[in-house]
Ligand binder design. Structure first.
Ligand code: 0A1
Ligand code: ZN
Length: 887
């Protein structure tokens, strides 16, 4: 590799001390400032001389002026912490460059040039895990969103598409496998080293570049596309992990087939590679032809993965694969359009999983995630529209709003258009924008043109943040039922006033005596208020609303407990049935833990509500008409965060006490039914069939209630379930229950679990997480001790999350009255920030809820945010999240 001269010799003027000189308040990037890039980069050539401590990169860029952009005498090549060793233009060393804030600015006289830049990087020192980094002796990359600039100087923005050819060379023994995007076109060796030449024929933005070099083995298979192209498939893992890759391979093949059938999308290369790495900030990454995955979303077998883990693998494999069209073939013009690829791809992976498993159960699971993560985000200090208007650090915008609300917004289009017209919209979108860097507006327009929908007002869903609240009342007089729907969209940071949005609500009116309805209707509420009359009801009907969760809104319905009991038992829409059960419980628990205080809840009311809940739950436990998987969903009590969301000011201790109190009471009250159910499902042997999976879900749910009601009995049952488990779902379920209790059974099970799985990183993550999120009264002390455990390290994001994210979501320990839980999270943020700012910044979110907490805890939480804000040299990531959270 030709390393020409040092920067001083070339006359360049690199300013390398960026980190130290970066201003305290980073620049705000605004969507409205978007300008096309002044240059096209039709071809990119990258040559890597690989080493864990030193990798040399030689980049050759063919560039030409972009006729569609403002002409510029310079080109701006983004860089982050790079030192150029040589800069050449058209084969000659040039002095006409400087480095400012990490970026290179190069003066260029002509209309087309070839730029060659050489630099070196130290992957082993890359603790941020962005750019090229070392993980367990292998090298791999993560470039989305702005990691490519940590590898080489380049216009690191998604609207600059280039074809890449890559040559990589390294030690044969250390890096026997050399991978990049596209197809391998040549390999060779000389002495101790070997090299590979890769070419990707599809133009792509830099964030989709990937490289992997390491000692890996592959599970290989193939898929033949609808048009007859045979695609080689490989899932690369570390040697011992190969037996745990079959489910990932099955999921990949199923995804490829499904995308052809459901969206008419075929794969477009002869090779599709997946590599699993254990040090990764996120779940996985859709690099063209070379997806890189967190091991968590690849490895699964019965002994080490729960049914939930299996589903997550299937969903994430699908998600990354679907990006090949929604993200790669059509990418984003700028990062403000992130939801264009992410919202759409999440919807695609959700629909895929719905088709692979049970549609209603998957829908309930997705809504649960939306409500427990996205709704709090949308009502807190970090609320933003699915197409944000500004940011400081783009990594902070890989949020549940962009992903999950983004998916809901596109799902609403599908609900309004119907599946066939929706498909015409997506066909047109793929057709019209293939090969482009597109915008959300492009998607909406293609959907309008293809499906026939008028989305003029619907565009507000892209620009307004906040979860709309719908108040629903049903009056009855004579033979007419009158439905009144009102919407309000709450104020969010920077958006004090909102316009009414179109909200598609599926409803049905049940006849009380027959328990039937005349068909479901779709009402689109597009005004602040609307009234609709329905005739032919001699008796007031029972209203089922937002069926299937047709809109991502909160519904405040004026409905009696009797009607909720009716719907919980009889609604033919499974989601609505689940919702009625949830509402029954939410009504009771928010009254018990709510603003008005315990005094607000009259005792008679309270016990009547409990009896109603017990009756509804009893019916669910014994109903032969529902499968166990659905039963498991219906048995789940609303989570702590969701309950807190329903209150204007929340006291976590009171919510916890009310929820645990109800659980214990139900466990006692329904002991006979729960025990019978538990016994029945315990007899069903392990398999991955839907029935057996449903049985396992119900098993742990039943155990949870029994444990609350009768701890001694449940401890015996859980210890037996643990000891007899032949799969991780049962073993983890039992251990979770035991971990929440005191006693020798707990200690024994935790010791056994650790010994059994010592060295298996993903399973030891579970061991940390179960203890950190447990109901045990000393959970906080346990977390403190675990932070000093020999297996704990801040270097691995999975391990950090397994201890501290689990803790921050724990029902009581995080919210200890002393404020110690908040202090521990703030300490973590401060310790992790210099090492891995992207992951550190994610831990600021749990501290941002202070405004909605009772005054004592609110002050303690705020104090910790202020302590973080006062630290010197915060990363841009953490700085942005902390200032927004305090603001
Ligand atoms: N596009 C990926 C998400 C992703 C984003 C940033 C990353 O950097 C650490 C990694 C992955 C997806 O949606 O799966
Ligand atoms: Zn994605």
């Amino acid at each position: 590799m030709d390393i020409a001269r040092t920067p001083s010799e070339t006359g360049g003027n690199p300013e390398m001390a960026d980190a130290a000189t970066e201003p305290k308040s980073p620049a705000i990037i605004r969507r409205e400032d978007y300008q096309p890039f002044a240059w096209n980069v039709p071809e990119t050539r990258l040559e890597f001389d690989l080493g864990l401590e030193r990798t040399t990169v030689r980049a050759t860029l063919k560039i030409a002026r972009n006729p569609a952009a403002e002409p510029s005498p310079t080109i701006l090549l983004n860089g982050d912490g790079l030192v150029p060793l040589s800069v050449m233009v058209d084969g000659e060393a040039t002095p006409s460059w400087t480095v400012q804030n990490g970026d290179m600015i190069l003066s260029l006289p002509g209309d087309a040039h070839t730029i060659t830049i050489v630099n070196e990087i130290d992957p082993s020192a890359n603790t941020q895990l962005m750019g090229l980094f070392a993980s367990n002796g292998m090298l791999c990359t993560q470039c989305e969103a702005e990691g490519f600039r940590r590898i080489t100087f380049f216009p690191d923005r998604p609207d600059v598409l280039s074809t890449y050819s890559v040559r990589m060379e390294g030690a044969k023994t250390q890096f026997p496998v050399l991978l990049s995007n596209g197809n391998m076109v040549e390999t060779g060796e000389s002495g101790e080293t070997h090299w590979a030449e890769w070419q990707d024929p599809w133009p792509k933005p830099s964030y989709l570049f990937a490289l992997v070099a390491g000692d890996l083995v592959a599970n290989s298979d193939s898929f033949t596309t609808a048009s007859g192209r045979k695609v080689a498939l490989n899932i690369y893992v570390r040697d011992g992990d190969l037996p745990r890759t079959d489910h990932a391979m099955r999921s990949l093949i199923a995804s490829m087939k499904w995308d052809e059938e459901a969206f008419g999308r075929e794969y477009d290369l002869d090779l599709f590679n997946i590599v699993a790495v254990s040090d990764f900030n996120m779940g996985a990454m859709e690099n063209k032809g070379l997806n890189i995955f967190n091991t968590k979303y690849v490895l699964a077998d019965a002994e080490t993965a729960t049914d939930g883990d299996y589903d997550a693998v299937e969903g994430v494999i699908g998600h990354e694969y679907f990006h090949n069209w929604s993200g790669n073939r059509i990418t984003c013009q700028d990062w403000f359009q992130l939801s264009l690829k992410e919202g759409f791809t999440v919807l695609r992976d959700q629909l895929f999983s719905e088709d692979m498993q049970s549609q209603p159960v998957k829908r309930i699971e997705d809504v649960r995630i939306l409500r427990s993560v996205q709704f709090p985000e949308d009502s807190g200090p970090l609320a933003h529209p699915i197409r944000p208007d500004s940011f400081q650090e783009i990594s902070n915008f890989y949020t549940s709003t962009i992903y999950n609300k983004g998916a809901e917004v596109i799902r609403m289009m599908r609900t309004m258009a119907g599946p066939d017209a929706f498909r015409q919209g997506t066909d047109l979108y793929f057709d019209r924008h293939d090969g482009e860097a597109a915008t959300c507006e492009d998607f909406i327009k293609a959907m309008e043109d293809g499906s026939g929908l008028d989305l003029t007002q619907f565009r507000l869903w892209y620009s307004q943040a906040g979860t709309p609240k719908i108040s629903v009342t049903l009056a009855h007089e004579g033979d007419t039922a009158t439905l009144t729907l009102k919407q309000t969209v709450p104020p969010t940071p920077g958006q004090p006033a909102k316009y009414p949005m179109p909200i598609p609500l599926k409803i049905a009116l049940f006849d009380r005596s027959s328990g039937m309805h005349d068909g479901q209707q779709l009402i689109v509420l597009d005004k602040e208020e609307t009234t609709i009359a329905f005739t032919g009801f001699a008796e007031k009907p029972v209203l089922s609303v937002n069926r299937g969760f047709s809109a991502p809104v909160t519904v405040e319905r004026d409905i009696s407990r009797d009607d909720l009991v009716f719907l919980a038992a009889r609604d033919d829409d499974p989601f609505a049935r689940y919702e009625a059960m949830q509402d029954l419980v939410v009504g009771h628990l928010t009254a018990a833990a709510g603003d008005a205080g315990a005094a607000g809840l009259n005792d008679m009311e309270s016990s009547a509500a409990r009896r109603d809940i017990a009756a509804a739950l009893r019916a669910i436990l014994v109903d032969d008409g529902i499968d166990d998987s659905m039963r498991g969903e219906l048995m789940m009590l609303p989570g702590q965060t969701y309950l807190a969301e329903q209150l204007s000011i929340a006291d976590p201790a009171r919510i916890h006490a009310a929820r645990e109190g109800l659980k214990a009471w139900l466990g006692t009250e329904l002991d006979a039914e729960l025990s019978a159910l538990y016994e029945r499902v315990c007899a069903i042997p392990y398999s991955l069939d839907a029935d057996a999976r449903g049985a396992r879900k119900v098993k742990t749910q039943a155990l949870v209630f029994l444990a609350a009601g009768n701890p001694d009995k449940a401890s015996r049952l859980a210890a037996a379930q643990y000891a007899n488990a032949d799969n991780m779902t049962d073993r983890q379920g039992a251990l979770m229950v035991l971990t929440g209790m005191d006693g020798v059974a707990r200690t024994n099970a935790l010791i056994d679990f650790y010994r059994r799985y010592e060295g298996n990183e993903l399973v030891i993550d579970k061991w940390f997480a179960l203890q950190a999120s447990s109901l045990h009264p000393n959970a906080l002390e346990h977390v403190k001790a675990l932070a000093g455990h020999k297996d704990f390290t801040l270097r691995n994001p999975n391990r950090v999350r397994s201890l501290y994210m689990a803790f921050a979501g724990s029902p009581h320990a995080f919210h200890a009255e002393s404020g110690e839980g908040y202090r521990m999270i703030a300490d973590l943020v401060l310790a992790l920030d210099p090492m891995n700012p992207q992951t550190a910044a994610r831990f600021v979110t749990p501290l941002g809820r202070w405004r909605r907490l009772e005054p004592g805890r609110a002050a303690l939480m705020r104090k910790e945010l202020e302590r973080i804000a006062a630290a010197s040299a915060l990363s841009r990531d953490t700085y942005e999240q902390v200032t927004r959270s305090l603001g």
